[in-house]
Ligand binder design. Sequence first.
Ligand SMILES: C[S@@+](CC[C@H](N)C(=O)[O-])C[C@H]1O[C@@H](n2cnc3c(N)ncnc32)[C@H](O)[C@@H]1O
Length: 197
Amino acid sequence: MTNIKIDDKIREYGRSHRVPISLDDTLEFLIQTIKDNACTEILEIGTAIGYSAIAMAENVADAHIDSIEIDLERYNIACNNVSISKLDDHITLHNMDALEYLKGCQKKYDFIYLDGPKGQYIHYLPYLIDILKTGGIIFADNLYFHGMVTGAIPVSKGCRAMIKGLHKYIDAITTDPNLDTKIYDIGDGVGVSRKIK
Ligand SMILES: C[S@@+](CC[C@H](N)C(=O)[O-])C[C@H]1O[C@@H](n2cnc3c(N)ncnc32)[C@H](O)[C@@H]1O
């Protein structure tokens, strides 16, 4: 990657162990969007092994990231990676279901990186809008889901419910009067929604 600092070791571990981590161009766009909008209070849904959380903390001055991961093994690896990177003051990891976190959340964020279970985005949306400051951004990854959402490739049987959920999410973010949304042809499709009221 050209202009951002990333941890090559974590990236290689993710790729070789088939852990789904952000694509290079998505990560660059993510960090540029956070910087352009001077966001510092960040929520990430879907930590995996901490790769994108660490990249955000390394590249955005004064950022604090709450990141949610349901899988205990990945959470433990992420804790270790954050600790090795000496970013414990900037990243707080939560081992729990994202919906439970959202239901109990009392904090307000200026940026949300939505990278958890794709079929759940639509169910998270009302909570995300609620905890987002006015002017804040929801950055949602994988809106194309390898072409299954755009129709470029057929929807496989096991993915039907998820793809339906993604269509509903795209429909919601592009029609909600509280949001100003653009969908970018970057990586696997990224939706950037700003809360305007
Ligand atoms: C695409 S990965 C996240 C990648 C990470 N953002 C990165 O780029 O390094 C999605 C993660 O969401 C987690 N996940 C799935 N369902 C979840 C849920 N209900 N609550 C929280 N995390 C969940 C998965 O275990 C997986 O590690």
